[in-house]
Write a protein that binds this ligand. Sequence first.
Ligand code: MG
Length: 289
Amino acid sequence: MPDLVIRDCGPRDGLQPLAPIDASLRAELATRLLSAGLSQVEVAAFVSPKAVPSMAGAADVVAALGDDPRLWGLVPNVRGAELALGSGLRQLTVTVSASETYSIKNIQMSTAESLEEFGRIRAIASDATLDVVVSCCFGSPFETIAPSLVAELVGVLRETGADQITLADTTGTATPARLGPVLDRVGTDVGLHLHDTRGTALTNAFAAHGMGVRRFDTSLGGLGGSPFAPGAGGNLATEDLVLLFEDLGISTGIDLDALLETGRWLAEVLGHPLPSRVSAAGPLNPVAP
Ligand code: MG
C-alpha cells in the first residue's frame, strides 16, 4: 500500500481553463494516469457546458472509461449530481466555498445556499462517496478567510454527511505558516487541493505531510486553475510531488517514468509544454552509494 493517496485532477481541473479537447482524449488521459499508478483520477465536471465549455461531454468521458471506483467527477449542484449518478459514477467531489464572493461567481450560490444544496445531493446520492472540496480555505481574492470559519464549515459538512473533506487552496495563498492554524482546527484527516500560484504548492504538500496529511490533489503537468478566480494558477504538478516524496522514501505507488511519458503525450495533444518543473527537467539520477 502506498503511503499517500494522490488524486490526479488533470482531466478535470487541469483541462478546465484550456480550449476544449475531445472526450475521447480526456478518457485516454485518465486511462494513462491509472496505468501510471494513480489510485484516483478526477475525470469530469458535471457543469453547464455554457459556463465551462471544456467540460462538455462529461458523461461521454465516464462512458468511455467504464465502471471503475478509481474515477471521480465534480458536481456543483443537484443537477450535476443527477447527471453524474446517471453516468454511473459513485465517487463525487462536491464544491462548497469558504469565500462568499467566489461561491457566487463559481456556482451562483451563497455559501449557506451551497450547504443546503449539499444536503440535497447527499439525499439523492445515498450510495455514493461524497468528498466535499472546500474552495478558498486559505484565502480568497475577494475576502479574508478566518481559520475558524473554515472549521465551522467543515463541522457542518461532516454533520450533513460528507464522507471526506478536501481543503482547497484555490488561488494559491497557502503557506506552511497558514496551513497550520486551519489543520489545527479541522484535523489532518483531510485532503489538500493545492495550487501553485505563488510557487508554494510543493512546499505546502511537504509541510502538510509533516503535520499528518496523507491525501493530495494534483494535476499532471501542473495544469489547471479556476476560470472564476483571478490569477488562480495551476495545480500542484503530480510529477513534482511524486519525485519529491519518492526521494524521501514516501511511497506514492506511481511510476514517475510512466507519468513523464504521459506528460509528453499530453503536451503534444495540447500543442504546448506543461508547466511542471520535473516535466521540463526530467527525473533524478539514483543516489550515489
Ligand atoms: Mg482547483
